[in-house]
Design a protein around this ligand. Structure first.
Ligand SMILES: CC(C)(COP(=O)(O)OP(=O)(O)OC[C@H]1O[C@@H](n2cnc3c(N)ncnc32)[C@H](O)[C@@H]1OP(=O)(O)O)[C@@H](O)C(=O)NCCC(=O)NCCS
Length: 179
């Protein structure tokens, strides 16, 4: 499999929706995230549901699932998102999730840069993300990465919880030209 982008020896690979359930062990290792944002651990079919929970009207081609793979072949994170949503040229990142042992070392920022390059090369000019109110560390992360608050949505029911989600937006400007 040819990686879409990488940071060091962690590579990002696009996977088919039919392979989504291979992400289940990763989701189970991220119990902290599911408890924080859903009030419960990952459901038994959480990974299989990922591509099934896209908004109505979105075509399968608009969705993407990327597995982040370490040198041992372990799946240590994921990107789940949409392109051309809600309008052409605008992408939406539903979830960036790294397994606990890999967090806090700049991997998220580095891989996000590669993801943004990949989106830009696919014709996307804007990236949005929804930040859950109970996840202040995520709000700090997206703010550091140049996302700006757009609007509060909800309260929405998320698993066992109900809270607002802050929609944030970043313009995917072209990287500075090298002289
Ligand atoms: C959000 C996330 C993608 C950021 O990636 P990252 O590589 O961890 O980013 P950073 O290295 O910039 O560290 C992020 C924060 O984690 C803190 N951190 C340090 N060690 C950590 C660890 N072992 N585990 C978790 N967080 C840690 C960092 O200090 C930083 O906190 P700060 O904002 O208070 O400064 C990643 O932490 C993650 O997957 N979190 C769980 C899922 C999530 O919340 N996703 C976003 C929702 S859409």
């Amino acid at each position: 499999m040819h990686p879409l982008f990488h940071l060091g020896d962690v590579t990002a690979h696009r996977i088919d929706d039919a392979e989504a359930e291979r992400l289940q062990p990763l989701l189970e290792r991220c119990e902290d995230f599911f408890r924080l944002c859903y009030g419960r651990p990952a459901r038994a079919d959480e990974a299989r549901q990922l591509p099934l929970e896209r908004p109505p009207g979105v075509t399968p081609e608009q969705g993407h699932l990327l597995a982040l793979v370490d040198p041992t072949g372990a799946w240590v994170g994921l990107f789940e998102g949409l392109q051309d949503f809600p309008t052409r040229g605008e992408a939406y990142l539903g979830l960036l999730l790294l397994e606990p042992g890999t967090r806090g070392r700049g991997l998220g920022a580095g891989l996000l840069a590669g993801y943004e390059d990949w989106l830009r090369a696919s014709g996307q000019q804007v990236l949005r993300v929804g930040v859950s109110e109970p996840n202040p560390a995520a709000l700090r992360f997206w703010t550091r990465e140049g996302f700006q608050a757009e609007t509060w949505v909800g309260p929405l029911t998320q698993g066992e919880l109900s809270y607002r989600v802050l929609r944030m937006r970043k313009t995917l400007t072209a990287p500075a030209a090298t002289p």
